[in-house]
Design a protein around this ligand. Sequence first.
Ligand SMILES: NC(=O)c1ccc[n+]([C@@H]2O[C@H](COP(=O)([O-])OP(=O)(O)OC[C@H]3O[C@@H](n4cnc5c(N)ncnc54)[C@H](O)[C@@H]3O)[C@@H](O)[C@H]2O)c1
Length: 343
Amino acid sequence: MKSKYEEACDELKANPKHWLVTGVAGFIGSNLAEQLLRLGQRVTGLDNFLTGSRSNIHYLLQEAGPDARERFTFEEGDIRNIECCRDVVEGVDHILHQAALGSVPRSMKDPLTTNDINITGFLNVLIAAREKGSCSFTYAASSSTYGDHPALPKREASIGMPLSPYAVTKYVDELYAHVFAQQLGFRSRGLRYFNVFGKRQDPDGAYAAVIPRWIMKALRGETIEINGDGSTSRDFCFVENVIQANILSAMTPPAEGHEVCNIALGDRTTLLELYELIVQAVRSKGFTPRSAPVFRDFRAGDVRHSQADISRAIEVLGYSPSIRVGDGLQSTVDWYASHWLER
Ligand SMILES: NC(=O)c1ccc[n+]([C@@H]2O[C@H](COP(=O)([O-])OP(=O)(O)OC[C@H]3O[C@@H](n4cnc5c(N)ncnc54)[C@H](O)[C@@H]3O)[C@@H](O)[C@H]2O)c1
């Protein structure tokens, strides 16, 4: 029997739609656009290259297949400009809003820009989408919204106080989406991503996420540093599962006006386990990573453990995260070994 996702893909292939992906030059946005193009869809992508890159667009078009370019339109623009948002929503059937300024530490250093992009920018996209009407609206929310709530696994209804400016902005987005649904009748769904990983995630710079950073260090034979004793755990989720959730969300109108769903694997991997999996995947490609990691202090403000309860996404969307962490890491390492080392 076909899964709900396979059925959704079949339907899209038979009846192609026009999608807007904001943040298309970033990690998740470029993966979303690639899969949509593979499915024969028309995609408009918006980005201002603040943290995304032209090479991500180059790779997404290269990897999406021969005629992808003809169905892809790129708009360089900023979601802080509402006219730009109004222009790009023209004619689209589905909006997958990914553009934001990510990273908790960056938001501590620059809360104002994080606020401008993640709240004002979000609101602009929401307003433009509502004015347009007749399109689905799915946006990237975040597990950071759980803040200091101690419960594990995390359930959508129980959140704590935010632990960073970034978390504040992601929660405010949910509040705006809720109010737009309650007061203005505009339906939307927020997908609370937990730690997502996969190809085209930026491995360099001060705010790089742990997985691409460690993969590149392992490929280059550099020392990997672990914050804490390695027992810290996260619900790492391969990007293909996140793509599945977005496509299912677009094809499944929310029963309530606005709802949020956790998107993760529903499992926990410790940093030490992650280290071992990366080293193994890198060895399988013929590289020789450094033999042992170096342990540093725990990072201030980091929650020790995180894990999602994904039962709402399973029930509401038919979400079925099919790719486990080990397989996702191997495919990610394969990609960095063949694409990033050559740069
Ligand atoms: N990666 C994760 O683990 C994770 C976890 C939770 C939530 N999220 C959310 O998912 C979304 C995508 O994250 P990502 O990891 O792909 O990040 P990313 O930084 O790779 O992608 C974000 C993209 O948005 C673009 N952008 C930023 N400001 C913009 C603006 N003002 N106008 C237009 N474009 C702008 C950037 O240039 C970049 O290409 C974000 O909303 C993020 O908050 C990600």
